[in-house]
Design a protein around this ligand. Structure first.
Ligand SMILES: [Zn+2]
Length: 430
């Protein structure tokens, strides 16, 4: 990140992403590079210095900045992509995307992986400090075969020419599609190995790319700085095809069974169950009949499968499919994981350290330990006791990236004078 700052946080309970227990009265300090130099009990902390901006966390909980490993920041969550395509011009779409980045960051997400419909320039603008948002990894587009999950031909026959939907029907074409994504700046290649609940003409149990096609994309990504592949895979057959082909993460994984869980473990791959899509209230009047029927059929079944995967200790990273689900409420995903049997501390780890492992940034992000970057949040109250606290963005009272405070809604009397001066000096928003 272009922006970095020293920072000291005190009067907080520390959940560092590693330890099983929280530190009740803790201090965290980061140096001028925004790198953590101390995180631990207040009694062992270095003395406070006037030169370091300080935040009194007022007894809240200090946690690592959270990850959302499956978002679509370029897609609106309050209307369909079809409506967006028909009604929204490029400039307005860009303004709305910019707004979503900020909203996502302020909900506690300091890093995100966008799995389709976000140009790489957003990633670069965030990294360059021109745009407030989560640090980004992007897939740019989504690859499927004709008639598959990424085929934007509507049941009417109208074809929506979405540049992020790429159709490829043999090994040569999938390699070409992957190369185009890489040319456009993809950090990760997104493929579909199954149909989807939200696509009109296919089904989660439909298979999408063939084994040799998945393997070709995985190879193409590997040949380019070892980039990973993420697979949209909902039904059992698609899940197994994705893992066999060597993807790093199975997205959704609704139909996962014991075989899929074991195979994930053997290959060291991750499951990103996007439970926000499953727990989203299903309103018959607002849902197309085909979509309503598929969701109804899949939701209960999915909860059982994901609960079993949690019990089998599959590596799970947090992802919401925001864009399909509402933006800016990303941490509700952790509550859904807890509802399906995960402990609150493990859910926090799924959203921090395990996600950082999936994104291969765990050497600098995902935990609050000396040497790591000070991407952090303060949550009012104790989310280890009540994980639902994280779901409400208003409880996320402080968000910082590499020591730079991006959000602070603590009452002003609690924020030190030096901090306020620094905040204004650096021209940060709000
Ligand atoms: Zn998605």
């Amino acid at each position: 990140m272009e922006n970095k700052s020293p920072l000291r946080v005190h009067n907080v309970r520390l959940v560092d992403g590693v330890s099983d227990a929280a530190v009740p009265d803790a201090v965290l300090e980061a140096d001028a590079d925004g790198r953590i130099t101390f995180a631990g009990p207040a009694g062992e902390a270095p003395p406070a210095s006037r030169d370091i901006p300080a935040i009194d966390g007022q007894g809240g909980t200090l946690l690592p900045g959270f990850f959302d490993c499956h978002v679509h920041l370029g897609l609106p969550s309050n209307r369909s992509v079809v409506e967006q395509a028909l009604t929204t011009g490029d400039v307005m779409r860009m303004i709305q995307t910019t707004h979503r980045l900020r909203e996502t960051l302020e909900s506690g997400i300091t890093s995100a992986r966008d799995l389709g419909a976000l140009p790489a320039a957003y990633r670069d603008a965030v990294a360059g400090g021109q745009l407030a948002g989560p640090r980004l990894q992007v897939a740019v587009g989504i690859i499927s075969h004709t008639g598959g999950h990424a085929d934007a031909t509507l049941p009417s026959g109208l074809h929506l020419d979405f540049d992020f939907c790429v159709l490829a029907d043999d090994v040569r074409e999938v390699r070409l599609a992957a190369r185009r994504m890489l040319r456009d700046g993809a950090d990760v290649i997104k493929v579909c190995t199954s149909g989807g609940i939200s696509s009109a003409t296919d089904d989660p149990d439909d298979e999408d790319l063939l084994d040799e096609e998945v393997a070709a994309v995985v190879d193409e990504a590997r040949r380019h700085r070892g980039r990973p592949v993420a697979a949209h895979a909902q039904g059992r057959a698609g899940i197994l095809a994705a893992i066999r082909g060597g993807v790093r993460s199975v997205e959704h994984g609704f139909g996962i069974d014991d075989r899929g869980c074991d195979l994930l473990g053997e290959r060291g791959a991750f499951l990103v169950p996007t439970l926000a899509t499953v727990f989203r209230p299903l309103e018959r009047s607002k849902t197309s009949p085909w979509h309503y029927e598929k969701k109804r059929r899949w939701n209960e079944f999915t909860k059982k499968n994901i609960a079993a995967a949690i019990e089998r200790k599959v590596s799970i990273a947090a992802g919401t499919d925001a864009g399909i689900t509402p933006h800016g409420h990303n941490l509700a995903e952790l509550s859904h994981l807890v509802e399906l049997g995960m402990s609150p501390m493990d859910a926090i780890r799924a959203g921090t350290v395990h996600s950082a492992r999936l994104l291969e940034v765990d050497d600098r992000l995902g935990t609050l330990r000396p040497g790591m970057l000070a991407d952090l949040v303060i949550c009012a109250g104790d989310p280890v006791r009540d994980i639902t606290l994280l779901s409400a963005p208003e409880n996320i009272v402080v968000v910082a990236q590499q020591g730079v405070v991006r959000k602070n809604t603590l009452p002003t009397e609690a924020t030190g004078e030096t901090f306020v001066a620094q905040h204004i000096l650096e021209g940060h928003h709000d």
